[in-house]
Design a protein. Structure first.
Ligand code: ZN
Length: 89
């Protein structure tokens, strides 16, 4: 049965194990925020307390790119794809 989570609006098939797993991950990221532990190597250009801005480019590590894609994907979901973010790194 197709269901929509009332908290994160994710739609998934309730009896599909893989779909339920995807929902759990999406739900946790949406409700709790994406885990942003500092990576061993990241190009931080500004930081204050637990906030920071870092640059991701084609020369960045795979971990930096994966994290950036996840953040952009979440931001695009938040603004229904109309916030002008491009997912191309
Ligand atoms: Zn949910």
């Amino acid at each position: 049965m197709l269901v929509k989570c009332p908290d994160c609006d994710y739609m998934y098939i309730s009896d599909d194990i893989a779909d339920k797993s995807q929902h759990r991950k999406f739900h946790a990221d949406t409700i709790n925020g994406i885990s942003m532990r500092p990576l061993v190597k990241e190009n931080t250009i500004w930081s204050k307390s637990d906030e920071r801005i870092f640059v991701v480019s084609s020369h960045s590590s795979r971990a930096e790119k994966v994290r950036a894609r996840k953040i952009v994907g979440m931001a695009n979901n938040d603004c229904d794809g109309n916030c002008g973010l491009i997912q191309g790194v």
